[in-house]
Design a protein around this ligand. Structure first.
Ligand SMILES: NC(=O)c1ccc[n+]([C@@H]2O[C@H](COP(=O)([O-])OP(=O)(O)OC[C@H]3O[C@@H](n4cnc5c(N)ncnc54)[C@H](OP(=O)(O)O)[C@@H]3O)[C@@H](O)[C@H]2O)c1
Length: 388
């Protein structure tokens, strides 16, 4: 790359944020190609301090003002940047004038406002936060058409499809296929589902990710979110977006063209690859990652089982209805996943709760950001009292 690319990272202490750090460290050898101008994190101050010391950003945002004193104490006098807090902090980093690219690795609905702020500020956003498109896809489309911003997907499946779409005409696309590993319960007898433990659900067979997305991979809510994400990213109707279970997670996306040819994207199962592509786009750079050895693998594909993954259909249908319903489904899932992790509800309570709360909601068409956030608040209250 010809000149230093300046990055702002939202969610730097999370799974995506940490993997981005490791990509940047390796791309910055032998000479620096990226600088990190700003970091935003939630509550993991010890990790944040290590990151601040490693990259010396000018600006840092944390979630709670009550953590500022502790952060300043751990940092000592070595670092002279500025600390901001909460939504204001996220907004400032999302629009930071000196950043060329904003990586949004926040988890949940909290990611939407910063994505919009970045796009209206004309930034290129490497988007891992899929909830931005799930709950506010129409707002993001508007921001893209009204501002000078750009989106580069980080989700492995969407990165794969983005690469397959490059240079293609929209009229050539017959349909696309997203693949799903099927998660840790893919072969588990259905009768056991009500008693599966948190530890079993967090043991993802192919990917190492944050807790919420790992639970969402077991319910397939994650894949339903990705269907909605693909609908907005690639401007395709839901009928042209298909999903297959592919336990090896080596084929990340397929594009079927109108003449019947099918293009596939394959790679080793490692999020560092799509993160790197989003950071270096449109250039490609060599990596030390292991190479795909197809002789070692059998590639299998299966349909999505409706009984095993009941939430998949509910969430895709919510995406088709649109308006405030995807925000309701997302917030229900965020709360119920956390309640499952806390041991308050059984695994089966997640799909059941999503269905019940979606049925109680009267969706509002074409909502504003404030109306989406209001639907999110309405839902959180209900979902925190939902009997599992
Ligand atoms: N992990 C993956 O491999 C993967 C793959 C594909 C897509 N994605 C998507 O990428 C996004 C991030 O996933 P993840 O697995 O990296 O999540 P994660 O490990 O839970 O990390 C989330 C990050 O967001 C920060 N955060 C959360 N709420 C915040 C708030 N209100 N203000 C400031 N920071 C906040 C957390 O900070 P603290 O930890 O400091 O509290 C953490 O840095 C999700 O949308 C997920 O679906 C992830």
């Amino acid at each position: 790359m010809s000149r230093l690319k300046r990055l702002a990272i939202l969610g730097s202490t999370g799974s995506i944020g940490c993997q981005a750090f490791s990509v940047i460290q390796s791309l910055n050898q032998p000479e620096p190609r990226f600088s990190v101008e700003a970091l935003a994190a939630g509550e993991n101050l010890d990790l944040l301090v290590a990151q601040i010391n490693a990259v010396q950003p000018k600006l840092v945002a944390i979630k709670k003002s009550s953590d500022i004193a502790r952060l300043e104490k751990i940092l000592g006098r070595e670092w002279r940047g500025e600390i901001l807090v909460g939504e204001d902090g996220l907004q400032a980093i999302a629009q930071l004038p000196s950043a060329d690219l904003v990586l949004n690795g926040l988890v949940g609905a909290a990611g939407l406002s910063p994505t919009l702020a970045s796009l209206y500020a004309g930034k290129t956003v490497a988007l891992a936060n899929k909830e931005s498109l799930v709950i506010g896809g129409h707002l993001i489309k508007r921001a893209l058409s009204e501002g000078n911003g750009k989106l580069i997907p980080v989700d492995s499946e969407h990165s794969a499809l983005f690469q397959l779409f490059e240079g293609r005409q929209f009229s050539e696309i017959a349909r696309l296929v997203l693949t799903a590993s099927g998660g840790p319960l893919r072969t588990r007898p259905l009768e056991d589902f009500s008693k599966v433990t948190v530890a079993e659900v967090l043991k993802h067979p192919t990917w190492q990710m944050g807790k919420r997305i790992t639970v969402d991979s077991a319910t397939l809510v994650n894949k339903a979110f990705e269907v909605i994400e693909a609908h907005w990213l690639f401007d395709l109707p839901f009928e042209k977006i298909h999903t297959l279970i592919h336990p090896q997670s080596l084929v990340h996306g397929l594009v079927e063209l109108i003449d019947g040819a099918v293009l596939a994207h394959l790679s080793v199962t490692d999020m560092k690859l799509p993160i790197q592509y989003a950071l270096t786009y449109p250039e490609r750079m060599a990596t030390e990652l292991p190479r795909l050895d197809l002789i070692k693998h059998k590639l299998e594909f299966d349909p999505v089982g409706e009984k095993r993954y009941p939430a998949f259909r509910t969430v895709v249908e919510a995406g088709k209805v649109g308006g405030t319903l995807p925000a309701v489904v997302n917030a229900t899932d965020e709360v119920l996943v956390q309640r499952f992790l806390n041991g308050e509800i059984p695994f089966t309570g997640i799909a059941q709760g999503i269905q019940e709360i979606a049925e109680q909601h009267e969706p509002m068409k074409n909502p504003t950001l404030e109306e989406i956030l209001e639907a999110d608040r309405w839902t959180r209250e209900r979902a925190s009292m939902q009997i599992g």
